[in-house]
Ligand binder design. Sequence first.
Ligand code: DAH
Length: 338
Amino acid sequence: MSLNSAIEELREQFDRDIQNVRNGGVDTEQIRVKYLGRKGLVAGLFSGMGNIPAADRPAAGQALNALKTYLAEELNKLQRDFSAGKEDVPADLDYTLPGDPFPKGSIHPITQIMEEIKDIFHHLGFSVAYGPEIDTDFYNFEALNFPPNHPARDMQDTFYSGDAVLRTHTSNTQIHHMMDSDPPVKILAPGRVFRHEDISVRSYCLFHQVEGLFVDKTVTMANLKGDLDYFARSLFGKAVKTRFRPSFFPFTEPSAEMDVSCIFCGGKGCNICKYAGWLEILGCGMVDPEVFKSVKYDPSVWQGYAFGMGVERIAMLKFGVEDIRLFFEGDVRFLRQF
Ligand code: DAH
């Protein structure tokens, strides 16, 4: 048998032995002695070198050395694998102990409600748009037709720093979106808003709103009422009724507020609806032509409706939460309940 085939045979035998060790058959050290020991199989092959013609000896020596290196490396690898495993498993480990808990997180209740609202309006063909939380007076007030001395611009209501204002409502996204794209538009703009409010059970300096804007050539108040009624029934249940009361916002004309029949007493009157039978849910109206002028839409061609709602208020009603601050404290005892 030639040296090369002897080497090949030995390597195959070695690979089988190694597999045996991995399967738990024999000890690594036993294999090392069998192959690389002083009287081992590799040493045996080396001792046969004398029988090889002198001219072939360097090549034969190289082949044998390569074999030796291969075997040594494989054995080291095997040893490393075994000792790594050993380090992880202390001898006194009690396998019957329960494992470390790996608690699952939950989706924040505000996020849950926002997702639900987005989903409902998605069915009505609205896509989602985002606007900046830090904005300028122009986008937050001026382009929305707030008169120059309107109290909402006051430092009492707003966080200012130089030209920058933390948006007081998501209505700024209406302006950004209309300035960036041609009509028609149909967008839903969820996000955080900020007001300089006294912090209490009912108000916080930060909260969330969802804004809606639909502009096309034939959008009417009937579309507004139909779509928002569909929204209220999808969110609060089929039995819920809606009503629209006249109101005022600088950026809509006419303006309205939408109430839903009280989801707790069904409209009979209870202490949550203060015996009115109705709960106020959102502000809405037909986009004021002044707003269209500030975004360079022709008000004689385009008309639209808009609405805005506070997400915390809806979440408080749906989940029966009585203190708005709970949404912002990150207390897991509260969050775990959703
Ligand atoms: N921006 C108003 C607020 O923060 C809510 C609002 C009312 C938005 C009427 C609208 C709207 O788009 O048409 O109180």
